[in-house]
Design a binder for this molecule. Structure first.
Ligand code: F6P
Length: 532
């Protein structure tokens, strides 16, 4: 059935390949009224896509013909939908309300509740300055050590919400194993008033382990080993490894194997969010995400926002051939959102075998990238407007500003709206008044698709909705492509080879797997550095 619909979509695309969005608007002046979904404070306008009612009908049929509905129920119910790791994917349980806890998940829900209590207690102690360091002084700085999902999500949310921050502590996020970063951060801090939070689901990630060890060493330059409990917290599912590292059980907050790293910001991984913005703000973030979950679980096609974004993405990627997709938030506070969504989408859907292990028959996972507006307009928008590639864009625009400079906000809003209009309308040669030899360079092809997501105001709740929207979009696309979005086996091989090269460089062990090119590069490093 799904194959038939796929073929119907291909024929439909062939038939409408030359349709212009401007013509579609001319023939249906109400298009913008119909091609939109409103959910509370969030509006998705998808009218600037190369679609008509028949496209939507076919995309709806494709969604119906996939396992999407049953898989969605299975995800919320805690079934083992991460089949290559035999685990559920229960990030939605982290933010659900008591009414929606599936009875079979009451034990897990109780653990989530207990972890929320720990978050609240720690955030309060730090903010009320009653968490004292070894020298009897309150904590002034936190070094947050973690990478990937243990870094991007919490940092993005923290920075988005902490405009005019209330917290008396400054959080410094360190992810990269590159010592330039940790050295730079620690160089400005006092160990006696610094708390190190080590976030690692596995507690075995090379970057995090080494940064945590170096930070511990730095703490011990000023404080006694017996006082480390006042300066170290771990958030992990590997409690034993954290204890072996020297973190007291009271300071270890849980992660669970049923939450993937890139979906973990809703768990204790969100501790820095609660510290910077208060535990109430963290609760509001979870409530917003839960609102999106309930919408996703119940809204029918074509009124289901994550499903609509997913199917438009499938249309653009698989039928219009768009290899990448840009996320352009017009809000400085959301500048880290593209990086978070990049991990969320590309680590989830960067797969080429189906859930059953056979090769996929369609292209999966577009490249996700982006940056904050308006900065990107003066950097990479040229290629989106006039380059040879089709790059669908998600414009994200909070409608109310939280500063008192209306002129800035009105310029920002105008810029965002101008970009999607220019991408769609383009500019033909006939409209360009310039020297004849320059006209061809100035022609704007137009007909380039975009979504506009408007949010009444950026709050913890609307931000929760926004991130959950993309999580479910990614999930729906995975179901259409029949892949497992919850594993990430592809990151392993590089790590294993890295460990072998490290042992060779540092301990002189034999390199068994290195190819001639890599061997030559290693040799060059050794020629320049001598032996390490
Ligand atoms: O490299 C992949 C990965 O496992 C990500 O999925 C994860 O977010 C990151 O590494 C960090 O993992 P951990 O939280 O176990 O340190």
């Amino acid at each position: 059935m799904a194959n038939h619909v796929w073929q119907d979509l291909e024929s439909h695309h062939d038939q409408h390949a030359d349709d212009l969005m401007t013509d579609l608007f001319a023939s249906n002046p109400d298009r913008a009224k119909h091609y939109r979904i409103q959910l509370g404070p969030m509006l998705l306008d998808y009218s600037k896509n190369r679609i008509n009612n028949e496209t939507l009908d076919l995309l709806g049929r494709l969604a119906c013909a996939s396992s999407l509905k049953t898989s969605r129920e299975a995800m919320f119910a805690g079934d083992l939908i991460n089949n290559s790791e035999h685990r559920p994917a229960l990030h939605t349980l982290l933010r659900t309300d008591s009414e929606h806890i599936p009875p079979q998940l009451s034990n897990e829900a109780a653990e989530v509740d207990a972890a929320r209590g720990q978050i609240r207690r720690i955030a309060k102690q730090i903010n009320e300055r009653s968490w004292l360091g070894a020298i009897g002084q309150p904590i002034t700085d936190i070094v947050h050590v973690g990478i990937g999902g243990s870094h991007l999500g919490p940092r993005m949310i923290d920075e988005a919400l902490s405009f005019k921050r209330k917290s008396p502590v400054h959080i410094h996020y360190v992810a990269n194993v590159d010592g330039h970063h940790l050295d730079d951060v620690l160089g400005t801090l006092n160990p006696g008033t610094t708390l190190v939070i080590v976030v690692s689901k596995s507690f075995s990630t090379m970057e995090t382990k080494l940064n945590a060890e170096s930070a511990r060493h730095w703490l011990l330059s000023e404080i006694q080993e017996m006082d480390l409990d006042k300066h170290q917290i771990a958030i992990t599912s590997n409690v034993q490894a954290a204890q072996r590292f020297g973190i007291t059980p009271d300071n270890i907050l849980p992660m669970w194997d049923w939450v993937g790293g890139r979906y973990s910001l809703w768990s204790a991984v969100g501790l820095p969010i609660a510290i910077s913005n208060g535990a109430d703000a963290f609760d509001e973030l979870l409530d917003g995400a839960n609102q999106m979950d309930q919408h996703f679980a119940t809204a029918p096609w074509p009124k289901n926002m994550p499903l609509m974004m997913a199917m438009l993405g499938v249309w653009n990627h698989n039928f219009l051939g768009a290899e990448t997709s840009a996320v352009l938030p017009y809000d400085h506070r959301l500048r880290l959102l593209p990086a978070h969504l990049q991990q969320l989408d590309m680590e989830s859907n960067g797969k080429s075998v189906t859930r059953e292990g056979s090769s996929v028959t369609t292209s999966t996972g577009p490249i996700i990238w982006g940056g904050e507006g308006t900065n990107g307009e003066h950097a990479f928008h040229q290629l989106i407007h006039q380059g040879t590639r089709l790059i669908p864009v998600d414009f994200i625009l909070p409608l109310n500003a939280d500063h008192e400079m209306p002129e800035h906000h009105h310029q920002l809003v105008s810029s965002c709206l101008s970009q999607s209009q220019a991408l769609m309308q383009g500019q033909p040669a006939a409209q360009i008044d310039a020297e004849p030899q320059v006209v061809a360079h100035m022609v704007m092809p137009g007909n380039r698709p975009s979504n506009t997501l408007m949010i009444d105001r950026l709050t913890p709740s609307t931000l929760g909705m926004l991130v959950a929207l993309y999580e479910h979009k990614v999930f729906c696309q995975a179901m259409i492509w029949k892949i497992n979005p919850f594993d990430q086996w592809g990151v392993r091989l590089g790590k294993e080879i890295g460990a072998e090269i490290y042992d060779h460089l540092v301990h002189g062990t034999t390199l068994s797997s290195a190819d001639p090119s890599t061997r030559a590069l290693i040799q060059h490093f050794q020629n320049i550095n001598g032996s390490v």
